[in-house]
Design a protein around this ligand. Structure first.
Ligand SMILES: *[C@@H]1O[C@H](CO)[C@@H](O)[C@H](O)[C@H]1NC(C)=O
Ligand SMILES: *[C@@H]1O[C@H](CO)[C@@H](O)[C@H](O)[C@H]1NC(C)=O
Length: 391
Protein backbone atom coordinates (compact mmCIF):
# COMPACT_ATOMS: atom_id res chain seq x y z
CA UNK A 1 0.00 0.00 0.00
CA UNK A 2 1.93 3.00 -1.24
CA UNK A 3 -0.46 5.75 -0.28
CA UNK A 4 -3.03 4.84 2.37
CA UNK A 5 -4.09 8.48 2.63
CA UNK A 6 -4.82 8.59 -1.09
CA UNK A 7 -6.96 5.50 -0.73
CA UNK A 8 -8.84 7.10 2.12
CA UNK A 9 -9.34 10.27 0.12
CA UNK A 10 -10.47 8.29 -2.87
CA UNK A 11 -13.02 6.30 -0.94
CA UNK A 12 -14.29 9.46 0.77
CA UNK A 13 -14.65 11.10 -2.64
CA UNK A 14 -16.45 8.08 -4.04
CA UNK A 15 -18.82 8.06 -1.08
CA UNK A 16 -19.57 11.73 -1.59
CA UNK A 17 -20.14 11.16 -5.28
CA UNK A 18 -22.47 8.27 -4.53
CA UNK A 19 -24.35 10.42 -2.05
CA UNK A 20 -24.71 13.20 -4.61
CA UNK A 21 -26.04 10.78 -7.22
CA UNK A 22 -28.46 9.34 -4.68
CA UNK A 23 -29.71 12.76 -3.58
CA UNK A 24 -30.17 13.81 -7.18
CA UNK A 25 -31.93 10.60 -7.99
CA UNK A 26 -34.34 10.87 -5.08
CA UNK A 27 -35.12 14.51 -5.72
CA UNK A 28 -35.57 13.66 -9.39
CA UNK A 29 -38.09 10.98 -8.58
CA UNK A 30 -39.82 13.40 -6.23
CA UNK A 31 -40.02 16.01 -8.96
CA UNK A 32 -41.79 13.57 -11.19
CA UNK A 33 -44.47 13.45 -8.52
CA UNK A 34 -47.06 16.06 -9.11
CA UNK A 35 -47.03 18.43 -6.16
CA UNK A 36 -45.67 16.60 -3.19
CA UNK A 37 -46.12 17.66 0.37
CA UNK A 38 -45.09 15.99 3.56
CA UNK A 39 -46.20 12.41 3.33
CA UNK A 40 -48.20 11.37 6.29
CA UNK A 41 -48.21 7.75 7.31
CA UNK A 42 -50.37 8.15 10.37
CA UNK A 43 -53.24 5.79 9.93
CA UNK A 44 -54.76 6.27 13.35
CA UNK A 45 -58.13 7.80 14.06
CA UNK A 46 -58.43 11.55 14.19
CA UNK A 47 -60.84 13.81 15.95
CA UNK A 48 -62.51 14.62 12.63
CA UNK A 49 -66.10 13.70 12.24
CA UNK A 50 -67.04 10.56 10.37
CA UNK A 51 -70.37 11.90 9.15
CA UNK A 52 -70.36 14.31 6.20
CA UNK A 53 -72.02 17.69 6.62
CA UNK A 54 -72.14 20.68 4.30
CA UNK A 55 -72.49 24.08 6.00
CA UNK A 56 -74.02 26.93 4.02
CA UNK A 57 -70.83 28.98 4.38
CA UNK A 58 -67.72 26.96 3.59
CA UNK A 59 -65.14 29.62 4.45
CA UNK A 60 -64.29 28.23 7.89
CA UNK A 61 -64.18 24.65 6.63
CA UNK A 62 -61.76 25.57 3.87
CA UNK A 63 -59.56 27.45 6.29
CA UNK A 64 -60.34 30.85 4.84
CA UNK A 65 -60.01 33.68 7.33
CA UNK A 66 -60.94 37.25 6.64
CA UNK A 67 -59.70 39.21 4.74
CA UNK A 68 -59.45 36.96 1.68
CA UNK A 69 -56.26 37.31 -0.35
CA UNK A 70 -56.51 38.92 -3.74
CA UNK A 71 -55.95 35.67 -5.58
CA UNK A 72 -58.62 34.47 -7.98
CA UNK A 73 -59.50 31.10 -6.46
CA UNK A 74 -59.42 32.28 -2.86
CA UNK A 75 -61.47 35.39 -3.52
CA UNK A 76 -64.06 33.60 -5.64
CA UNK A 77 -64.42 30.80 -3.11
CA UNK A 78 -65.05 33.36 -0.40
CA UNK A 79 -67.88 34.88 -2.42
CA UNK A 80 -69.26 31.69 -3.87
CA UNK A 81 -72.65 30.48 -2.85
CA UNK A 82 -73.15 27.97 -5.60
CA UNK A 83 -71.67 27.46 -9.04
CA UNK A 84 -74.08 28.52 -11.78
CA UNK A 85 -76.18 25.76 -13.29
CA UNK A 86 -76.81 27.75 -16.47
CA UNK A 87 -74.65 29.91 -18.68
CA UNK A 88 -71.53 28.29 -17.34
CA UNK A 89 -69.47 29.57 -20.29
CA UNK A 90 -70.49 33.18 -19.70
CA UNK A 91 -69.73 32.83 -15.98
CA UNK A 92 -66.31 31.35 -16.79
CA UNK A 93 -65.45 34.13 -19.21
CA UNK A 94 -66.62 36.84 -16.80
CA UNK A 95 -64.72 35.50 -13.78
CA UNK A 96 -61.56 34.76 -15.76
CA UNK A 97 -61.63 38.36 -17.03
CA UNK A 98 -61.05 39.46 -13.41
CA UNK A 99 -57.54 37.99 -13.53
CA UNK A 100 -55.20 40.81 -14.49
CA UNK A 101 -52.35 38.67 -15.80
CA UNK A 102 -54.59 36.11 -17.49
CA UNK A 103 -52.61 36.47 -20.71
CA UNK A 104 -49.55 35.04 -19.03
CA UNK A 105 -51.41 31.88 -17.92
CA UNK A 106 -50.61 28.56 -19.61
CA UNK A 107 -53.06 27.81 -22.38
CA UNK A 108 -54.62 24.77 -20.72
CA UNK A 109 -55.26 26.64 -17.47
CA UNK A 110 -56.82 29.47 -19.44
CA UNK A 111 -59.07 27.00 -21.26
CA UNK A 112 -59.91 25.32 -17.96
CA UNK A 113 -61.06 28.62 -16.45
CA UNK A 114 -63.41 29.36 -19.33
CA UNK A 115 -65.39 26.14 -18.97
CA UNK A 116 -64.64 25.15 -15.36
CA UNK A 117 -68.21 25.66 -14.19
CA UNK A 118 -69.60 23.52 -17.04
CA UNK A 119 -70.12 20.13 -15.47
CA UNK A 120 -73.08 18.55 -17.15
CA UNK A 121 -72.13 16.74 -20.30
CA UNK A 122 -74.17 14.09 -22.09
CA UNK A 123 -72.88 10.55 -22.37
CA UNK A 124 -70.97 9.86 -25.57
CA UNK A 125 -72.66 6.97 -27.34
CA UNK A 126 -71.96 5.47 -30.74
CA UNK A 127 -74.62 6.95 -33.04
CA UNK A 128 -78.10 5.75 -32.37
CA UNK A 129 -77.12 3.08 -29.89
CA UNK A 130 -78.02 2.61 -26.25
CA UNK A 131 -75.29 2.32 -23.64
CA UNK A 132 -73.86 -1.14 -23.28
CA UNK A 133 -72.93 -0.41 -19.67
CA UNK A 134 -75.33 -2.05 -17.28
CA UNK A 135 -76.24 -0.47 -13.96
CA UNK A 136 -75.87 -2.49 -10.78
CA UNK A 137 -78.87 -4.74 -10.32
CA UNK A 138 -80.38 -5.15 -6.86
CA UNK A 139 -79.13 -8.72 -6.73
CA UNK A 140 -75.65 -7.82 -7.86
CA UNK A 141 -74.40 -4.79 -5.94
CA UNK A 142 -70.61 -4.66 -6.11
CA UNK A 143 -68.63 -4.41 -2.91
CA UNK A 144 -65.82 -2.61 -4.73
CA UNK A 145 -66.20 -0.70 -7.96
CA UNK A 146 -62.99 -0.10 -9.89
CA UNK A 147 -63.43 3.26 -11.62
CA UNK A 148 -60.36 3.68 -13.80
CA UNK A 149 -59.61 7.01 -15.44
CA UNK A 150 -58.32 6.39 -18.93
CA UNK A 151 -58.18 8.29 -22.21
CA UNK A 152 -59.61 7.06 -25.50
CA UNK A 153 -56.22 6.36 -27.12
CA UNK A 154 -54.87 4.34 -24.19
CA UNK A 155 -56.13 0.96 -25.45
CA UNK A 156 -53.09 -0.98 -24.21
CA UNK A 157 -53.38 0.39 -20.67
CA UNK A 158 -57.04 -0.58 -20.49
CA UNK A 159 -56.44 -4.03 -21.88
CA UNK A 160 -53.65 -4.61 -19.35
CA UNK A 161 -56.05 -3.68 -16.53
CA UNK A 162 -58.67 -6.10 -17.93
CA UNK A 163 -56.15 -8.91 -18.15
CA UNK A 164 -54.69 -8.34 -14.70
CA UNK A 165 -56.01 -6.72 -11.54
CA UNK A 166 -59.25 -5.57 -13.14
CA UNK A 167 -60.26 -9.05 -14.27
CA UNK A 168 -63.47 -10.59 -12.93
CA UNK A 169 -63.57 -11.21 -9.20
CA UNK A 170 -66.51 -11.82 -6.87
CA UNK A 171 -67.98 -8.55 -5.59
CA UNK A 172 -65.73 -6.46 -7.83
CA UNK A 173 -66.85 -4.51 -10.89
CA UNK A 174 -64.69 -2.60 -13.40
CA UNK A 175 -65.46 0.59 -15.32
CA UNK A 176 -63.28 2.94 -17.32
CA UNK A 177 -64.04 6.66 -17.36
CA UNK A 178 -63.34 8.50 -20.60
CA UNK A 179 -64.05 11.73 -22.39
CA UNK A 180 -64.94 12.00 -26.05
CA UNK A 181 -62.94 9.86 -28.51
CA UNK A 182 -62.89 12.85 -30.84
CA UNK A 183 -59.84 14.63 -29.50
CA UNK A 184 -59.02 18.23 -30.33
CA UNK A 185 -57.26 17.98 -33.66
CA UNK A 186 -56.45 14.31 -33.05
CA UNK A 187 -57.52 11.25 -35.01
CA UNK A 188 -61.15 10.14 -34.68
CA UNK A 189 -61.06 7.10 -32.40
CA UNK A 190 -64.86 6.89 -32.33
CA UNK A 191 -65.34 3.62 -34.17
CA UNK A 192 -62.50 1.85 -32.35
CA UNK A 193 -63.76 2.96 -28.96
CA UNK A 194 -67.33 2.06 -29.95
CA UNK A 195 -66.18 -1.46 -30.82
CA UNK A 196 -64.28 -1.76 -27.56
CA UNK A 197 -67.32 -0.56 -25.66
CA UNK A 198 -69.53 -3.25 -27.24
CA UNK A 199 -66.92 -5.92 -26.77
CA UNK A 200 -66.35 -5.27 -23.06
CA UNK A 201 -69.30 -3.18 -21.81
CA UNK A 202 -67.03 -1.38 -19.37
CA UNK A 203 -66.58 2.09 -20.87
CA UNK A 204 -68.39 5.12 -19.50
CA UNK A 205 -67.85 7.88 -22.05
CA UNK A 206 -68.92 11.49 -21.91
CA UNK A 207 -68.96 14.13 -24.55
CA UNK A 208 -66.22 16.45 -23.32
CA UNK A 209 -62.63 16.92 -24.40
CA UNK A 210 -60.47 14.34 -22.66
CA UNK A 211 -57.74 16.63 -21.31
CA UNK A 212 -55.89 16.35 -17.96
CA UNK A 213 -57.61 19.42 -16.52
CA UNK A 214 -60.97 17.86 -17.35
CA UNK A 215 -60.39 14.85 -15.11
CA UNK A 216 -62.56 16.26 -12.36
CA UNK A 217 -65.45 15.96 -14.82
CA UNK A 218 -64.90 12.20 -14.81
CA UNK A 219 -65.21 12.12 -11.01
CA UNK A 220 -68.36 14.20 -11.03
CA UNK A 221 -70.00 12.31 -13.88
CA UNK A 222 -69.12 9.06 -12.11
CA UNK A 223 -70.77 10.27 -8.90
CA UNK A 224 -73.89 11.20 -10.83
CA UNK A 225 -73.88 7.80 -12.56
CA UNK A 226 -73.44 6.00 -9.24
CA UNK A 227 -76.35 7.87 -7.70
CA UNK A 228 -78.58 6.74 -10.54
CA UNK A 229 -77.28 3.31 -11.40
CA UNK A 230 -75.32 1.94 -8.46
CA UNK A 231 -76.23 3.79 -5.25
CA UNK A 232 -75.46 0.92 -2.88
CA UNK A 233 -71.89 0.13 -3.87
CA UNK A 234 -69.77 -0.10 -0.70
CA UNK A 235 -66.45 1.26 -1.99
CA UNK A 236 -65.15 2.92 -5.12
CA UNK A 237 -61.52 2.83 -6.17
CA UNK A 238 -60.66 5.81 -8.37
CA UNK A 239 -57.40 5.07 -10.11
CA UNK A 240 -55.39 5.96 -13.18
CA UNK A 241 -55.07 3.34 -15.89
CA UNK A 242 -51.34 2.90 -15.20
CA UNK A 243 -51.91 1.77 -11.62
CA UNK A 244 -51.52 -1.80 -10.41
CA UNK A 245 -53.85 -2.71 -7.59
CA UNK A 246 -53.34 -5.70 -5.34
CA UNK A 247 -57.04 -6.50 -5.12
CA UNK A 248 -56.96 -9.33 -2.54
CA UNK A 249 -54.92 -7.19 -0.12
CA UNK A 250 -57.15 -4.17 -0.73
CA UNK A 251 -60.32 -6.19 -0.13
CA UNK A 252 -58.84 -7.61 3.04
CA UNK A 253 -57.95 -4.15 4.28
CA UNK A 254 -61.40 -2.74 3.47
CA UNK A 255 -63.09 -5.61 5.27
CA UNK A 256 -60.97 -5.04 8.36
CA UNK A 257 -61.86 -1.34 8.73
CA UNK A 258 -63.86 -0.15 11.73
CA UNK A 259 -67.40 0.53 10.45
CA UNK A 260 -67.23 4.25 11.34
CA UNK A 261 -64.13 4.69 9.16
CA UNK A 262 -65.56 2.63 6.35
CA UNK A 263 -68.65 4.82 6.16
CA UNK A 264 -66.63 7.94 5.38
CA UNK A 265 -63.62 6.40 3.73
CA UNK A 266 -61.12 8.44 1.73
CA UNK A 267 -58.04 6.24 1.67
CA UNK A 268 -54.78 6.49 -0.22
CA UNK A 269 -51.34 8.03 -0.28
CA UNK A 270 -52.02 11.26 1.55
CA UNK A 271 -50.19 14.52 1.04
CA UNK A 272 -50.57 17.11 3.74
CA UNK A 273 -49.54 20.74 3.42
CA UNK A 274 -48.56 20.40 -0.23
CA UNK A 275 -48.01 23.75 -1.89
CA UNK A 276 -48.58 24.94 -5.44
CA UNK A 277 -45.57 24.74 -7.74
CA UNK A 278 -44.55 28.12 -9.08
CA UNK A 279 -42.27 27.24 -12.00
CA UNK A 280 -43.93 28.63 -15.11
CA UNK A 281 -43.61 26.15 -17.96
CA UNK A 282 -43.29 23.11 -15.69
CA UNK A 283 -46.08 20.62 -15.04
CA UNK A 284 -48.59 21.53 -12.34
CA UNK A 285 -47.64 25.19 -12.45
CA UNK A 286 -50.05 27.39 -10.53
CA UNK A 287 -49.67 31.16 -11.03
CA UNK A 288 -49.45 33.31 -7.91
CA UNK A 289 -52.51 35.28 -8.95
CA UNK A 290 -54.56 32.09 -9.22
CA UNK A 291 -54.25 30.35 -5.84
CA UNK A 292 -52.57 31.11 -2.56
CA UNK A 293 -51.98 28.87 0.44
CA UNK A 294 -51.50 25.15 0.95
CA UNK A 295 -53.53 22.45 -0.66
CA UNK A 296 -55.89 20.57 1.60
CA UNK A 297 -54.77 17.13 2.72
CA UNK A 298 -55.58 14.97 -0.27
CA UNK A 299 -55.06 11.45 -1.51
CA UNK A 300 -52.85 11.22 -4.58
CA UNK A 301 -54.85 10.82 -7.77
CA UNK A 302 -52.86 7.76 -8.87
CA UNK A 303 -55.40 5.77 -6.90
CA UNK A 304 -57.55 6.09 -3.79
CA UNK A 305 -60.67 4.54 -2.32
CA UNK A 306 -63.82 6.29 -1.17
CA UNK A 307 -66.99 5.06 0.50
CA UNK A 308 -69.67 4.66 -2.17
CA UNK A 309 -72.33 6.39 -0.11
CA UNK A 310 -70.34 9.64 -0.27
CA UNK A 311 -70.87 10.04 -4.03
CA UNK A 312 -73.99 12.25 -3.73
CA UNK A 313 -72.33 14.23 -0.94
CA UNK A 314 -69.26 14.89 -3.04
CA UNK A 315 -71.43 15.94 -5.95
CA UNK A 316 -73.21 18.41 -3.70
CA UNK A 317 -69.95 19.74 -2.28
CA UNK A 318 -68.56 20.18 -5.79
CA UNK A 319 -71.37 22.59 -6.56
CA UNK A 320 -70.05 24.81 -3.79
CA UNK A 321 -66.28 24.54 -4.22
CA UNK A 322 -64.52 26.70 -6.81
CA UNK A 323 -63.09 24.59 -9.65
CA UNK A 324 -59.43 23.67 -9.39
CA UNK A 325 -57.42 22.24 -12.30
CA UNK A 326 -55.99 19.18 -10.49
CA UNK A 327 -58.56 16.46 -9.93
CA UNK A 328 -57.02 14.98 -6.79
CA UNK A 329 -56.57 18.34 -5.07
CA UNK A 330 -60.16 19.15 -5.96
CA UNK A 331 -61.38 15.91 -4.42
CA UNK A 332 -59.39 16.84 -1.30
CA UNK A 333 -61.13 20.22 -1.24
CA UNK A 334 -64.56 18.60 -1.54
CA UNK A 335 -63.81 16.18 1.30
CA UNK A 336 -62.62 19.09 3.39
CA UNK A 337 -65.84 20.95 2.61
CA UNK A 338 -67.72 17.92 3.93
CA UNK A 339 -65.64 17.94 7.12
CA UNK A 340 -63.97 14.62 6.34
CA UNK A 341 -60.26 13.78 6.33
CA UNK A 342 -58.23 11.39 4.19
CA UNK A 343 -56.70 8.32 5.80
CA UNK A 344 -53.18 7.48 4.81
CA UNK A 345 -52.09 3.92 4.11
CA UNK A 346 -48.42 3.20 3.39
CA UNK A 347 -49.46 0.50 0.91
CA UNK A 348 -50.47 3.13 -1.66
CA UNK A 349 -47.40 4.11 -3.71
CA UNK A 350 -48.25 6.54 -6.46
CA UNK A 351 -44.85 7.92 -7.35
CA UNK A 352 -43.14 4.70 -8.31
CA UNK A 353 -39.87 5.79 -9.96
CA UNK A 354 -39.71 5.06 -13.67
CA UNK A 355 -37.30 2.23 -14.30
CA UNK A 356 -37.35 0.81 -10.78
CA UNK A 357 -38.54 -2.76 -11.06
CA UNK A 358 -41.30 -4.06 -8.84
CA UNK A 359 -40.64 -7.30 -7.09
CA UNK A 360 -43.76 -9.48 -6.66
CA UNK A 361 -42.75 -10.12 -3.05
CA UNK A 362 -42.63 -6.39 -2.34
CA UNK A 363 -45.97 -5.97 -4.01
CA UNK A 364 -47.57 -8.51 -1.73
CA UNK A 365 -47.22 -5.99 1.07
CA UNK A 366 -48.62 -3.10 -0.98
CA UNK A 367 -52.13 -2.16 -2.07
CA UNK A 368 -51.49 0.01 -5.13
CA UNK A 369 -48.45 0.94 -7.21
CA UNK A 370 -48.48 3.64 -9.90
CA UNK A 371 -47.33 4.34 -12.56
CA UNK A 372 -46.42 1.04 -14.22
CA UNK A 373 -46.33 0.13 -17.90
CA UNK A 374 -48.86 -2.39 -19.27
CA UNK A 375 -45.97 -4.84 -19.77
CA UNK A 376 -44.84 -4.53 -16.16
CA UNK A 377 -48.39 -5.02 -14.90
CA UNK A 378 -48.79 -8.19 -16.92
CA UNK A 379 -45.46 -9.60 -15.77
CA UNK A 380 -46.28 -8.82 -12.12
CA UNK A 381 -49.69 -10.41 -12.40
CA UNK A 382 -48.17 -13.63 -13.74
CA UNK A 383 -45.51 -13.70 -11.04
CA UNK A 384 -48.02 -13.04 -8.27
CA UNK A 385 -50.15 -15.96 -9.38
CA UNK A 386 -47.28 -18.35 -9.87
CA UNK A 387 -47.63 -21.13 -7.25
CA UNK A 388 -43.83 -21.40 -7.20
CA UNK A 389 -43.46 -17.82 -5.94
CA UNK A 390 -41.59 -17.93 -2.64
CA UNK A 391 -41.27 -14.83 -0.52
C1 LIG B 1 -69.00 33.50 4.58
O1 LIG B 1 -68.78 34.18 5.81
C2 LIG B 1 -67.93 35.32 5.74
C3 LIG B 1 -67.78 35.90 7.13
O2 LIG B 1 -67.53 34.89 8.04
C4 LIG B 1 -68.51 36.34 4.78
O3 LIG B 1 -67.69 37.48 4.69
C5 LIG B 1 -68.68 35.70 3.42
O4 LIG B 1 -69.28 36.59 2.51
C6 LIG B 1 -69.55 34.45 3.54
N1 LIG B 1 -69.63 33.79 2.25
C7 LIG B 1 -70.77 33.49 1.65
C8 LIG B 1 -70.71 32.79 0.35
O5 LIG B 1 -71.84 33.75 2.15
C1 LIG C 1 -63.04 20.38 -21.12
O1 LIG C 1 -64.07 19.99 -21.98
C2 LIG C 1 -64.86 21.03 -22.51
C3 LIG C 1 -65.96 20.41 -23.35
O2 LIG C 1 -65.45 19.64 -24.39
C4 LIG C 1 -63.99 21.99 -23.32
O3 LIG C 1 -64.78 23.05 -23.77
C5 LIG C 1 -62.87 22.50 -22.42
O4 LIG C 1 -62.01 23.31 -23.15
C6 LIG C 1 -62.10 21.34 -21.83
N1 LIG C 1 -61.15 21.85 -20.86
C7 LIG C 1 -59.83 21.76 -21.03
C8 LIG C 1 -58.99 22.32 -19.93
O5 LIG C 1 -59.31 21.28 -22.00
Amino acid sequence: MRCPKCLLCLSALLTLLGLKVYIEWTSESRLSKAYPGARSTLAGPTSASTEPTLPTNLSARLGQTYPPPGTYWNRKQWQLGELPSEDCQAWGAATAAEILDLDSYPEDLHRFLLSAACRNFPRWLPTGKASPVAGCSASDVPYLLLAVKSEPGRFAERQAVRETWGSMAPGVRRLFLLGSPLGAGGPDLGSLVAWESWRYGDLLLWDFLDAPYNRTLKDLQLFAWLGQHCPDVSFVLQAQDDAFVHIPALLQHLQSLPPAWARSLYLGEVFTKAKPLRHAGRPFYVPESFFEGSYPAYASGGGYVIAGRLAPWLLQAAGRVMPFPFDDVYTGLCFRALGLVPRAHPGFRTAWPAGRSVNPCTLRGLLLVQPLSPQTSIRLWRQLRDPRLQC
